[in-house]
Design a protein around this ligand. Structure first.
Ligand code: SF4
Length: 291
């Protein structure tokens, strides 16, 4: 199917949803539907632009509506794209703390993309494949490595669900997750071009997830309250330890490779400071490690 035909089909689905119709059991709140030709699922963010400069990577990210914030209903029940959210991360994401994520047009885009995912996942997968091919070509021209993160503000594992790393072996696919189970699934397939980072939080199962991610060779990311963290204390808190601490590679995520976690040394614990000052730190609450 050509890009134009695909976009027309996507437009038709979104137009029905925007008109309040139920499409494959899905309803959604009012959305502004982009015109055919302007339907784009993948975008970029400041953090990834840093990755482009530092790590030789051309990155694209898809942002869906985090957790249940899209107001999309499946069979009358709210659709939740972050089954393992913590109170802090949900408040932080819904507080729209990350620069460009503040605008109404951004929430509209997150909403129609989420509605499309729920109502017509095959169309979304096909359109992502078209955009992935274009990114791959653009990256080749720029002598950069293409990288895609589909769950930019969700935690459902779309890349693996749709076998995209296998279909596009030259692209680096990467995600963050708060799910211990997803780590096991990633380990089971062990694809050379797919990387996952465990996002440490105040959840009770976070220390288990962090330890498992490090054991599997994946990264762990944690938000901290200072730019000069006490490394031993950070390891203790993230891994939930009170006694001796294991030897762990700890890296400054603010000064390393932007969002390109797949450039981390295997089994790295990466810390990032809160972006957005006290108001954001307050929203994130116990998700921020005091170290
Ligand atoms: S931080 Fe991740 S899991 Fe938490 S609400 Fe945002 S996207 Fe979802």
């Amino acid at each position: 199917m050509t890009k134009k035909i695909l976009q027309r089909k996507v437009h038709a689905v979104l137009t029905r949803l925007a008109a309040g119709q139920v499409v494959n059991g899905i309803t959604c709140p009012p959305i502004n539907v982009p015109m055919v030709g302007n339907i784009r699922l993948l975008g970029s963010a400041t953090k990834t632009e840093k990755g482009e400069k530092i790590a030789g990577t051309l990155t694209a990210i898809m942002y869906l509506a985090p957790a249940d914030s899209g107001g999309i209903l499946r069979g009358g029940k709210p659709l939740n794209l972050c089954p393992w959210f913590s109170p802090g991360c949900r408040a932080g994401c819904l507080g729209e703390h990350s620069g460009r994520m503040r605008h109404d047009s951004t929430s509209n885009a997150q909403r129609w993309k989420t509605a499309l995912y729920a109502a017509a996942p095959n169309l979304m997968r096909d359109l992502i494949a078209v955009e992935a091919s274009a990114l791959e070509k653009k990256a080749a021209k720029l002598s950069l490595e293409p990288a895609i993160r589909l769950d930019g503000t969700s935690d459902i594992g779309l890349a693996l669900l749709w076998n995209l790393p296998q279909s596009f072996p030259a692209i680096r696919w990467y995600d963050y997750t708060k799910s211990v189970k997803r780590l096991d699934k990633v380990k089971a397939v062990s694809l050379p071009n797919y990387h996952i980072t465990f996002s440490a939080s105040e959840r009770a199962d976070s220390p288990t997830g962090a330890a498992r991610a490090l054991a599997y060779g994946y990264s762990v990311a944690g938000i901290v309250n200072t730019s000069k963290p006490d490394v031993a204390l950070l390891i203790r808190q993230v891994l939930g330890l009170s006694g001796d601490i294991p030897s762990v590679t700890v890296a400054d995520g603010d000064n390393s490779v932007g969002d390109a976690r797949f450039r981390d040394k295997p089994s790295s614990l990466v810390w990032l400071t809160v972006k957005g000052g006290k108001p954001v730190a307050t929203k994130l609450g116990k998700m921020v490690f005091s170290v």
